[in-house]
Ligand binder design. Structure first.
Ligand code: SPV
Ligand code: MG
Length: 292
């Protein structure tokens, strides 16, 4: 099954020119992304941390992330791009993690070039420390050697722009990461406009395709990304959890304000819709067949 998912991810990038990947923090959010028509899922560390009400600073463990990854993989047929942060330690830990994530059903991993423990990328004034290039190359080599399926993607996440080191350093790192065996380069930016990423992409003359996460610069539409030619994957990094928070904040406030659910009940999906998403129909079918 996961071999099929890995192939699907490659096919989507080839067919559409750009794979659209939506963040998932639960099997339910993964199912909703699949029904909406996304090409794959982002097992986001930020979303999972937020789900636990925790900051995205390497507090969530590999086991917790893997457990959710497995639950998501069981409930959806979409390929999963796993966010493994800094790889949970050094290159030896990365080697071990790749085996775990591949077995759990991921089709790709993103490993970032920050030191452990990391600080989430988009926070203003965040402590952003990068590994030495050689050390990160060792992690990428370990990842590439550890995978069993050669189509399992190793995506190197380049945080040079996030750390304020400039485009030249970002390009230098991207070239070194490609040389170490990265299949794709994720270039991250917290600039409020796409210009920083667009300039990087135009000046990137390696062969590894580019991945972007345009949370900070939402003007970067899919067609704008495609027009740059080298971007093959666009990750919507946290829109599921933000949509859930928006909806819950609004509804919970309404119930308190109105002193009941009479009006609010008409503004949310029915219980029957949740039954559908839980596949209660399958329970009825099994009851009919096996309960005597
Ligand atoms: C995540 O979604 O966990 C990411 C993307 O790594 S970001 O939050 O922008 O760092
Ligand atoms: Mg993350």
């Amino acid at each position: 099954m996961s071999k099929l998912k890995t192939k699907t991810l490659h096919d989507k990038m080839a067919e559409r020119g750009l794979a659209r990947i939506m963040a998932a923090h639960s099997p339910l959010s993964a199912r909703l992304a699949e029904e909406a028509g996304f090409d794959g899922l982002w097992a986001s560390g930020f979303e999972l941390s937020a789900l636990y009400g925790l900051p995205d600073v390497s507090v969530i463990t590999m086991s917790e992330h893997l457990q959710m990854m497995r639950a998501i993989a069981e409930r959806t047929s979409l390929p999963i791009v796993a966010d493994i942060d800094t790889g949970f330690g050094n290159a030896v830990n990365v080697h071990y993690a790749i085996g775990q994530y591949e077995a759990a059903g991921a089709s790709a991993v993103v490993i970032e070039d920050k030191t452990f423990p990391k600080v989430t990328s988009l926070v203003a004034g965040g402590r952003q420390e990068l590994l030495r290039i050689e050390e990160f190359q060792g992690k990428l080599e370990a990842a590439a050697n550890a995978r069993k399926d050669p189509d399992f993607l190793i995506i190197a996440r380049n945080e040079a722009l996030i750390a304020g080191l400039g485009e030249e350093e970002a390009l230098r790192r991207a070239a070194a990461y490609e040389e170490a065996g990265a299949d794709m380069i994720l270039i991250h930016s917290k600039r409020k406009t796409p210009d920083e990423v667009e300039s990087f992409v135009r000046n990137w003359n390696g062969t590894a395709p580019i991945v972007i996460v345009p949370t900070a610069y939402p003007q970067m539409t899919e067609s704008r990304a495609k027009s740059l030619k080298k971007i093959r994957m666009l990750i919507y990094g946290n829109h599921g959890i933000r949509a859930a928070v928006t909806a819950m904040q609004k509804l919970f406030a309404q119930i308190i304000a109105e002193g009941g659910i009479e009006k609010a009940d008409r503004e949310i999906v029915s219980v029957e819709e949740i039954f559908r998403l839980q596949n209660m129909g399958g329970v009825k079918e099994k009851e009919g067949k096996y309960l005597r």
